[in-house]
Design a protein around this ligand. Structure first.
Ligand SMILES: [Zn+2]
Ligand SMILES: [Zn+2]
Length: 226
């Protein structure tokens, strides 16, 4: 909490009422509106699984869509560094995410360095940390950036090609969570990002994790563009 937080009152991001970054009624409303959909095809998920895609690789969770209040809040956090929304967004996700058995590690998609500098907020990292705390999970920044790719308004194919080679795995850190030959005891890695368009970034992060030997990965995002 910074000095300004002590001086300025908080206003609800949805209804504007003074008192909290997201008031209780609006938090409930946002949860009711949650439309967990498949990141691949946009159909509704049953828990972690899409009935259309149905494959293990396609296991994902999307809280809602970009044009819903959840998307607006995620954008405020990402673009304007609205740090007071970290807690409410993490709590909403913590409540909405289906159960995961066993050891779980939340892994944020690393914020682009330039954005982190300009907006002074590492959004996915902050939400990831709070989400892990709320669910009693672990948190580890095992995916890092090799280079920064800013993606805007390009086709899925182009976006997928853009991010190839953009991420790396911090192997010493990863090896704290996976042990060769002990697959059954492996942690489930929950890759977290705030907003996704085509899922290219999350897909590439998942790919480098799997290449590093991770078996169990799921992708989670706050909002998806329609
Ligand atoms: Zn409200
Ligand atoms: Zn699907």
């Amino acid at each position: 909490m910074g000095l300004l937080d002590l001086i300025l009152p908080l206003y609800c991001a949805r209804c504007g009422r003074v008192g909290a970054a997201l008031c209780g009624a609006c938090a409930e409303e946002t949860l009711r509106e949650a439309e967990n959909c498949c990141m691949e095809c946009g159909n509704y998920n049953e828990g972690w699984r899409c009935s259309e895609c149905g494959e293990l690789e396609a296991e994902s969770f999307t809280f809602g869509f970009y044009d819903q209040p959840i998307g607006k809040m995620a954008t405020e956090l990402k673009m304007k560094g609205a740090r007071h929304l970290v807690g409410p967004l993490a709590r909403l996700l913590a409540e909405a995410l289906p159960d995961v058995e066993g050891r779980v590690v939340v892994v944020p998609v690393p914020t682009i360095k330039r954005h982190r500098k300009e907006r002074s907020v590492a959004h996915a990292e902050l939400v990831g940390r709070e989400l892990a705390r709320a669910r009693g999970w672990e948190y580890a920044e095992v995916v890092g950036r090799v280079r920064d790719v800013v993606q805007t308004g390009k086709s899925g194919k182009v976006r997928r090609e853009q991010v190839v080679g953009a991420f790396k795995v911090e192997l010493p850190l990863l090896y704290q969570y996976i042990t060769e030959g002990a697959k059954s005891q492996e942690a489930m890695f929950i890759l977290l990002d705030d907003i996704t368009t085509t899922g290219a970034t999350l897909g590439e992060c998942e790919k480098v994790l799997r290449e590093a030997g991770v078996e169990r990965v799921r992708r989670v995002v706050l909002a998806k563009t329609r």
